[in-house]
Design a protein around this ligand. Structure first.
Ligand SMILES: *Cc1c(COP(=O)(O)O)cnc(C)c1O
Length: 250
């Protein structure tokens, strides 16, 4: 993706009136997403503070990020380094927490280790080892989730649930990394029962790690279309993009 892709989002961006109405729309949609999270937590008998909202800003501008940040949102997720790095730079000085959630090529690990607070998409030992070696010494350990290919889709990234335990042990032993949990993107489904079944399989991975003596605290599951099912199955982070920013145009 070209760097200039970040300045183009849907909706008008020219002129103060258009920019102001964009910000009003963002505030309304953010409030609606927070309400959905609150209702899903109540339905699952969970406290609302146990689920944190990760706003996925890929393809949207730094201006959009700053507008959402001004409403109290702290965590933002990005998939593409070439787009994320200038955006992070443009938002410097704000106390934002940046999460890398896209596929990782091994020659791109250094800027991730240097500029992000979390990585959700580690799926092989080589990536974990490079992130650890490249994490700058002055920074806190990099928070890390292992991505699991829960629906066994050949085109999706992520490791198998069986390989995840081996990888989790490797991550837990690296002091520059902090093992937090798992991330998964199940095959899309409109059926809440199928959504929950896939998320339940992700939760079982965490439970298996706990039985092995590891201490994960994060289930990064659920997006705009299925956050309710994810919260019902124990999500601690939901990653939401289009429900806040609108449809993406690549
Ligand atoms: C784009 C993306 C999201 C957000 O998806 P929406 O359906 O727009 O909410 C969440 N997680 C990952 C890994 C993504 O790539």
């Amino acid at each position: 993706m070209a760097v200039d892709g970040m300045t183009s989002g849907p909706g008008p961006t020219d002129g103060h009136g258009d920019r102001a109405s964009r910000h009003v729309a963002l505030a309304e949609r953010l409030a609606r997403v927070r309400e959905r999270i609150g209702r899903a937590c109540a339905a699952a008998d969970r406290r609302a503070e146990t689920v944190s909202l990760l706003v996925v800003s890929k393809t949207f501008s730094a201006d959009d990020v700053l507008a959402v940040a001004a409403l109290g949102q702290r965590d933002f997720g990005e998939n593409y380094l070439s787009e994320a790095l200038p955006k992070i730079e443009q938002c410097a000085g704000r106390p934002l927490v940046w999460h890398f959630i896209g596929p990782i090529q091994s020659n791109k690990t250094r800027p991730i280790a240097e500029h992000f607070d979390w990585v959700h998409s580690v799926d092989r030992p080589k990536i974990a080892e490079r992130l650890a070696a490249q994490r700058p010494p002055g920074l806190a350990p990099l928070n890390l989730c292992i991505q699991i290919n829960i629906s066994a889709e050949p085109t999706k990234s992520g490791c198998s649930p069986a390989d995840a335990l081996t990888l989790a042990r490797i991550v837990a032993a690296l002091p520059e990394l902090r093992l937090r949990g798992v991330m998964a993107i199940p095959a899309p489904s409109d059926d809440p029962v199928a959504q929950r079944a896939a998320f339940a399989r992700v939760r079982q991975v965490i439970e298996q790690w706990r039985a092995d003596g590891l201490r994960p605290d994060t289930l990064s599951i659920g997006m705009s279309a299925d956050l309710e099912a994810a919260i019902a199955e124990g999500a601690t982070i939901v990653r939401v993009g289009s429900a806040i920013f609108g449809a993406r145009e690549f």
